[in-house]
Design a protein around this ligand. Structure first.
Ligand code: ADP
Length: 498
């Protein structure tokens, strides 16, 4: 009887379910869009009840498409949008407020206030995060402060808090288990990533009752069983990880110095730094990658705000390309950018520059500059921004990058992948299965129930689509990078108040 791993990929814009077999092949996919609402400027919300209902629906659909019986599901793995905050009633299972989505900025002032109270260093040391509204802590506090009666009810033990993984597991188990894993807990800004527990001091400072919080269980291990009524049989839930950490696992970045980059709207880079957390001198985040068999692996995380979005901009606003994919052919039609650089700092610059006042800059134009130069410069900007983050990651971690594993929509672009290899001088590998996030959750679950023996067994499962070896001469690389850094310096501070 063929065995499958059922992977729940609870994203921000869609709920997905993928069934994988032991070879890591995709056997069925079901996906449905989720609604996001924007009730006020900068606010982003979702209906937690919808997240659960749609997720259950796509799970059933994938099982049906595949023709898999419940007894063929060896285990369930869950990966999810991180930081998004749900609070629900322990007795009824009803959310008491809309889920506050990671993108929501409503608690920006609360985060400023934490900084003003001098808590930044303490929070950074304990949680590995920079103080920001992005993480769950201030979102949870907002719900307690603003939903009528919430604080009293939370103090009396009537309410539960969870990120999306916890919320789904609570529902999958018919309200029996309230758990999360350390990779998700590490994104709440309430979790001590060294001691691996919720931090009493932070909870006190934020006035959050500890009874609301889930138990933290291993990322790989049987955390719970589904309610038999849902799929006709109790199925073990055996893998849990936040989306970026799951992708790191799905890309088999098991050793220190192995890193992955997801080339989507923005870029998300994670580097495995091994068993010790590394703190960054350059504003990168320190996070738990996973906790398996009592062994914790840490990662450094950095992101690029505008990556694939720059290609969308070429397509939708400048109309320089008909499709994102066409950018490849156009970039190849010219040997270089003719000295043109695009710094797509549309919303400021993140690591390592951290300049909210930087703005997009197209520079180096001459009368000979043409469409192909600009398209190529836009694609190259994804690689340059990635190179900047990788440079500080290696410096902070004291590790040399082994290779870079790529995924995400824009990783389909062979020109970009080759230029990335050239500009960082490292091997770039693209897996055959680009569903690395869902695959990571399946691997974590399968490892726990013996579908895969160990990490080596998993490594053997993953097929590479293509590797891109660096070919550029170092003199040219240095010249191009110097030009990029000059362009960045011109973009910085542009929108700063006088
Ligand atoms: P997200 O998950 O962030 O929505 P995806 O991983 O689906 O993003 O990737 C979509 C992004 O990748 C878009 O911004 C798009 O412009 C870009 N993209 C998709 N295909 C290509 C391509 N062949 N070349 C360059 N960029 C691409």
């Amino acid at each position: 009887m063929k065995q499958y791993l059922l992977s729940i990929d609870a994203g921000t814009t869609s709920a997905r379910c993928i069934l994988f077999d032991r070879k890591g092949a995709v056997c069925a996919v079901a996906q449905k869009e989720l609604h996001l609402s924007y009730p006020q400027d900068g606010w982003v919300e979702q209906d937690a009840a919808e997240i659960w209902a749609v997720q259950l629906q796509v799970c059933r659909e994938a099982l049906k498409t595949c023709g898999a019986k419940p007894e063929q599901i060896a285990a369930i793995g869950i990966t999810n949008q991180r930081e998004t905050t749900v609070v629900w009633d322990r007795a009824t299972g009803e959310p008491i407020a809309p889920a506050i989505v990671w993108q929501c900025r409503r608690t920006a002032e609360m985060a400023d206030e934490l900084r003003c109270r001098g808590l930044e260093q303490m929070l950074r040391d304990k949680t590995g995060l920079v103080v920001d509204a992005y993480f769950s802590a201030t979102k949870l506090r907002w719900i307690l402060d603003n939903v009528p009666d919430a604080r009293r009810r939370a103090e009396q033990g009537e309410l539960l808090f969870g990120t999306v993984d916890s919320w789904l597991i609570w529902n999958l188990t018919g309200g029996k288990r309230h758990v999360t894993d350390a990779s998700n807990a590490a994104r709440t800004m309430l979790f001590d990533i060294h001691a691996l527990c919720w931090d009493e001091d932070i909870l006190r400072e934020l006035d959050i009752p500890s009874g609301m919080l889930p138990d933290v269980v291993p990322s790989s291990g049987i955390a719970a069983y589904t309610d038999a009524a849902l799929f006709g049989r109790e199925i073990p839930i055996a893998g849990i990880a936040g989306d970026q950490q799951a992708a790191l696992f799905g890309q088999t970045c098991f050793a220190p110095g192995e890193a992955k980059n997801t080339y989507g709207t923005g870029c998300f880079l994670l580097m495995n730094t091994g068993e010790k957390p590394v703190s960054s001198e350059n504003g990168l985040l320190t996070t738990v990658a996973w906790n398996i068999g009592g062994r914790v692996t840490y990662a450094l995380e950095g992101s690029v705000f505008v990556a694939g979005a720059a290609i969308q901009w070429l397509r939708d606003d400048l109309k320089l390309v008909d499709s994102a994919a066409q950018s490849e052919e156009i970039a190849r039609s010219t040997a270089d950018t003719g000295g043109v650089y695009l710094v797509p700092a549309f919303t400021g610059l993140g690591a390592p520059y951290w300049d909210p006042y930087a703005r997009g800059t197209l520079i180096g134009l001459t009368r000979a500059s043409n469409r192909a130069h600009i398209v190529r410069a836009a694609l190259e900007s994804l690689a340059y921004q990635t190179a900047d983050v990788l440079y500080v990651m290696q410096k902070d971690a004291g590790l040399v990058l082994q290779h870079l594993r790529a995924d995400g929509g824009a990783s389909a672009n062979n020109f970009l992948m080759q230029f990335q290899a050239d500009i960082v001088d490292v091997l770039v590998e693209r897996p055959a299965c680009v569903e690395t996030t869902a695959l990571g959750a399946a691997f974590l679950a399968g490892l726990a129930v013996g579908v895969w023996k160990d990490e080596e067994d998993i490594r053997r499962t993953v097929a590479r689509d293509r590797t891109f070896a660096p070919q550029m001469e170092s003199e040219r690389r240095s010249r191009l990078l110097a030009g990029w850094h000059r362009a960045v310096s011109r973009a910085m501070g542009w929108a700063a108040p006088d």
